[in-house]
Design a protein around this ligand. Structure first.
Ligand code: BGC
Length: 767
């Protein structure tokens, strides 16, 4: 059927996604202003000098404020006086090399606040990458990394992780985190796949906005003492670098930027996100740090958002040192501030302030822009309550690192480990068997945690995690140490680069395998973060694949445990395994969670948050265009294009089975404002209780833009008892099925949409 296009002017305006200027007035403020806070901000701003305003826009790294003495970081009064007294710096970030105890953080941040209040009468806002729990605080409760939280398909997991992160950050006197990350991991080569919630916009939107509410609480104007400000990152289009390498250019069509990449940021802003961090790289040839349309247009004006935009690490400098769009630092500052940057993560160069003041005096940056930026920084500090209470007290946080949070972290980890294969009922493992635990990931807390754990690269984690269990230790605890043998066969270089392996000792593992009943092979990647995690071969390391191949020759059944930040190709060894669990990066309680799953004490319920590739040259996402898949054509132009993946997005098994029936929709025909209520009956047809993620997909049958194979529109995780049937309700609006057309407009085109839940489908029609 040929469709005529209905352009959704008001709907598009509500999304803030059409050309910003025309629609600003129509969009309600993302965060309704609090009159008392606004009055305080204006009063403070009125008494500030240009130097003070520019200082508020400056963030430096802790490293330039102190030095190391007897293994301890010490702040220097003269450096504080210089940065805060002379240059009037308003923000400090980062940990000195490794995480610090909460007591030490109390001391460091307390001292900075004292100098700030004395010198400026304005509190400092201290920021840390508390990316999976308060992960720069020693003794804090580490939660599974975000890719796991995505795999849980349970917003409660994201929310609870946020609550714990915020509480334990405040215990350490830190009010601001650079989290959550909601880039879309659409390229499996990218070393930051694990930092966000997977490849899908909706999953990033739902899990990310739940994390925002968990961390910030429900009232962004009054962030309480148990909550912290978030910085949603990295805006926009960071997860699709053409080369697969970190911080390299992305080329993303505008319709996709609007429809997909923007969606999670919009959801997080609507959940009250107070700050946003910018993508370090360029999109479509323009560095995002210099892109006024994306920063000021789409974000601030389009969403009518009064929050603060912070750069990523040294990214104003990168405009001239790396990107080549500015002649020098001063030019770079001019471009970035005029594009809409409010705070620069410098992080070492106080000359930023001098150059920005010069730019204002020369008329190259307006005073209005400076006021706007300083106002946004001050507003953040008032909303955080820092003017009244610049510090928290550790004694007010008795739950820090305690049993309650440990239990929550273990349950969370169980919900995030994905059962991908289970033939011959190998799992749960029968009791009393002799088990070989092998592979480089078998006995390492570093591997379980990944990056942003105690240090940036996570490479020192094993020194700080004595009290937690590796996979091997957890299996010993669960199955009895006398039943478990450890012989790794392949090992990583301790504290080395993520891909450094020692000379393999595969024959030792093979010899050990001959004496056991079952092999648990723990393979994957060692920890890494950002650029040091770049790769040029997506296949799992050859040593590790050789290990599995050699073990398979013993004829003993193999359970593969994948412990990796991104999906490494394993198509040659997958057929050799009876059981496969992808635990991703489940952190400090992930070994215990896995042992519970292996023993059948926990029933896996996670699903793949990305497409797991089978071949190096066949990388795709689940929402590919229908025309990417064609049948083989005969004749001179004999070719085919078949989407062949190892496991699809959304795939994951359970120890029970579920049957779907009776899929219905409240309306057969709909328009943009129609409430579409879908119901489907889901029966647990197995023997044990289990949780099922019920997903609602749509397929636009004919569209002016080549339609996608399918799009996730809603999901709900439900627990169902054996034999029980639950009716699951999934609600969307007709307008949720809109898309961006070739002209860049949001449209809802008349015609048929096929909707799917489990194996059930039905057709609805847009009139
Ligand atoms: C990363 C950010 C991080 C920042 C501060 C950058 O290198 O890209 O994700 O928040 O450093 O540590």
């Amino acid at each position: 059927m040929k469709k005529s296009t209905l352009v959704l002017t008001s709907f598009a305006a509500a999304l803030g996604l059409v050309s910003c200027s025309a629609n600003t007035a129509k969009v309600a403020p993302a965060i309704p202003a609090d009159p008392a806070i606004e009055a305080a901000v204006e009063a403070k701003l009125a008494e500030m000098t240009l130097e003070e305003k520019v200082g508020q826009m400056t963030e430096v790294a802790i490293d330039i404020l102190g030095h190391w003495e007897n293994g301890e970081f010490v702040l220097d009064q003269d450096k504080l006086d210089n940065a805060i007294g002379k240059y009037k710096v308003g923000s400090v970030l980062n940990t000195p090399v490794v995480g610090q105890t909460p007591e030490k953080w109390q001391e460091i941040i307390g001292k900075i606040q004292e100098v700030s209040m004395n010198e400026l009468g304005i509190p400092c806002v201290y920021g840390l990458d508390q990316n999976h729990g308060a992960s720069y605080v020693m003794g804090a409760t580490y939660l599974p990394q975000n890719i796991n939280v995505g795999a849980s398909f349970n917003p409660q997991v994201a929310y609870d992780a946020g609550v714990i992160t915020a509480y334990e950050s405040r215990a350490a006197n830190c009010p601001w985190t650079y989290s959550p990350t909601v880039d879309l991991s659409r390229d499996p080569r990218w070393p930051r796949v694990w930092e966000n919630y997977g490849e899908d916009p909706l999953v990033n939107a739902i899990q990310g906005s739940a994390a925002v509410r968990g961390m910030q609480g429900e009232d962004p104007n009054h962030v309480g003492p148990n909550n912290i400000a978030v910085s949603v990152k990295h805006y926009l289009g960071y997860g699709n670098p053409r080369t697969g390498k970190d911080r390299t250019p992305a080329y993303i069509p505008e319709y996709e930027l609007k429809e997909k990449n923007f969606a999670p940021f919009k959801a997080c802003v609507e959940a009250g996100a107070l700050t946003i961090m910018v993508n370090s790289a360029s999109v479509n040839g323009i560095p995002v740090h210099a892109n006024k349309e994306l920063l000021t247009g789409w974000l601030k004006e389009g969403l009518n958002w009064d929050g603060m935009i912070v750069t990523d690490w040294a990214d104003i400098n990168n405009l001239y040192t790396r990107e080549g769009v500015a002649v020098d630092k001063k030019h770079a500052i001019e471009l970035a501030i005029n594009a809409g940057i409010d705070m620069t993560m410098e992080p070492y160069d106080l000359n930023f302030t001098t150059l920005l003041i010069e730019l204002v005096n020369e008329g190259r940056v307006s005073m209005e822009r400076i006021d706007d930026a300083a106002r946004r920084v001050l507003r953040l500090k008032y909303r955080l309550g820092l003017f009244d209470n610049p510090n928290t007290l550790l004694a007010d946080y008795p739950k820090f690192g305690g049993e309650e949070f440990a239990q929550m972290a273990t349950r969370a980890a169980e919900e995030t480990e994905i059962l991908l294969k289970n033939t011959n009922g190998i799992l749960p493992l029968a009791k009393g068997q002799k088990i070989l635990v092998t592979g480089p990931n078998a006995n390492s807390m570093r591997c379980l945690n990944g990056g942003w754990s105690y240090s940036w690269q996570g490479h020192m984690a094993d020194s700080f995690t004595e009290q937690y269990n590796t996979i091997y230790e957890a299996i010993c605890n669960k199955f009895g140490a006398s039943n478990v043998v450890l012989e790794q066969g392949v090992t990583y270089v301790p504290q080395g680069a993520y891909d450094e392996e020692n000379a393999p000792e595969i024959e030792k593992a093979v010899a050990a395998a001959k004496k056991v009943d079952v092999i648990v092979a723990c393979i994957g990647e060692n920890s890494y973060c950002e650029t040091p995690g770049n790769l040029s071969d997506l296949a799992l390391s050859e040593n590790q694949r050789n290990l599995v191949k050699a073990l398979a020759k013993t004829g003993k059944p193999i359970v593969l445990i994948l412990n990796e930040g991104r999906p490494r190709i394993i198509s040659d060894i997958e057929p050799l395994a009876d059981g496969i669990i992808d635990i991703l990066l489940p952190s400090n309680y992930g070994g215990d969670a896995l042992a519970n799953i292996l023993a059948g004490d926990a029933n896996p319920s996670a699903k793949l948050p990305y497409t797991y590739p089978r071949h190096q040259a066949a990388l795709t996402t689940y929402d590919y265009k229908v025309s990417e898949e064609t049948d083989t054509m005969q004749g001179a132009y004999d070719y085919n294009a078949v989407v062949s993946v190892q496991w699809p997005f959304g795939f994951g098994l359970s120890y029970t089975t579920f049957e779907y029936s009776n899929f219905q929709c409240s309306a057969q025909e709909f328009g943009a404002d129609t409430d579409l209520v879908f119901t489907v009956d889901v029966k647990n047809t197995g023997e044990v209780a289990g949780k099922e993620v019920v997903m609602l997909y749509s397929r636009d049958m004919v569209a002016s833009m080549v339609p996608e194979n399918r799009r996730l529109r809603a999901y709900e995780k439900v627990e169902i008892q054996p034999g029980e049937t639950v009716t699951v309700t999934l609600k969307i609006k007709g307008s949720d099925l809109a898309s961006v057309n070739p002209q860049g407009e949001w449209t809802l085109e008349p015609g048929d949409f096929r909707m799917q839940a489990g194996n059930q489908t039905l057709m609805i029609t847009c009139k």
